[in-house]
Write a protein that binds this ligand. Structure first.
Ligand code: AMP
Ligand code: MN
Length: 232
């Protein structure tokens, strides 16, 4: 039987930004849903005994070479968004970290990749604060028991929040390539949960843009290397 298709259109629930409430998002029975989470904790540890790490924030290097948050596709007709996200975390991190509705931060439509509205993807984003020992346990499990390790997930990474004298730290991290809206989700969460001051984040992002230009030059250099070796 054809399912009733209730699509929250621009004129009613969907806000200009494409943002939706969790409940509105679930009304769209034909949409696909993906849930991802930023797991983090406070820490007193320091890098080289000098740079306070302040917070351990987990992201991952994905199979496609892009940085993203752990999580994946969830079918709300089979499981709740949060249970589905925990299942994904078990696969990707080796620990079924429990996620609750209170951890939900944002739901929005993924930028349309095709004009077909019926299979549009809704991205649900969660943030969960944990104890440092729990985060360290997740890091250990991610490389030892996670079934997706080495396949969908190439590694768990920490977001460096510090800035070193030569500019290393947050700025180069932010200049990497991210899946979909993961960079905005990270920046938004850093601000929302007061993990970095808006001033420091602004400086880091401005520096990231400069790094981007250097990266482009570097890539041109690498491309030239392959040009020289091409046999056609
Ligand atoms: P995954 O199984 O983790 O790759 O996620 C399911 C879907 O969500 C895929 O189509 C991804 O391309 C997409 N996706 C994953 N993370 C993000 C993100 N942070 N922003 C936008 N799309 C994402
Ligand atoms: Mn995933």
């Amino acid at each position: 039987m054809r399912q009733h298709f209730s699509y929250p259109g621009k004129d009613n629930c969907q806000m200009a930004s494409g943002q939706l409430s969790r409940a509105e998002a679930l009304e769209c029975s034909r949409c696909r849903h993906a849930c991802h989470v930023m797991l983090y904790c406070d820490t007193k540890s320091q890098l080289f005994g000098r740079f306070p790490i302040r917070h351990i924030i987990l992201m991952q290097m994905r199979f496609d070479g892009l940085l993203g948050f752990p999580g994946g596709l969830v079918n709300p007709s089979e499981e709740t968004l949060e249970a589905g996200l925990s299942r994904e975390l078990l696969e990707e991190l080796g620990v079924a970290v429990p996620i609750s509705v209170e951890d939900h931060v944002d739901s929005r439509f993924a930028p349309a990749s095709s004009p077909s509205r019926s299979s549009r993807l809704i991205l649900h984003f969660y943030v969960k604060k944990m104890e440092e020992e729990q985060i360290r346990e997740v890091e250990r499990a991610a490389v030892s028991t996670a079934t997706d390790y080495g396949q969908e997930v190439l590694g768990t990474v920490r977001v460096p929040l510090y800035t070193m004298k030569a500019g290393g730290g947050l700025a180069p991290f932010l200049s990497h390539s991210f899946i979909g809206s993961a960079r905005s989700q990270l920046v938004d969460s850093l601000l929302r949960f007061n993990l970095v001051t808006p001033e420091d984040l602004h400086k880091a992002l401005a520096h990231s843009l400069k790094i981007h230009t250097q990266n482009a030059e570097d890539l041109h250099g690498a491309l030239a290397l392959t040009e020289a070796r091409k046999r056609f």
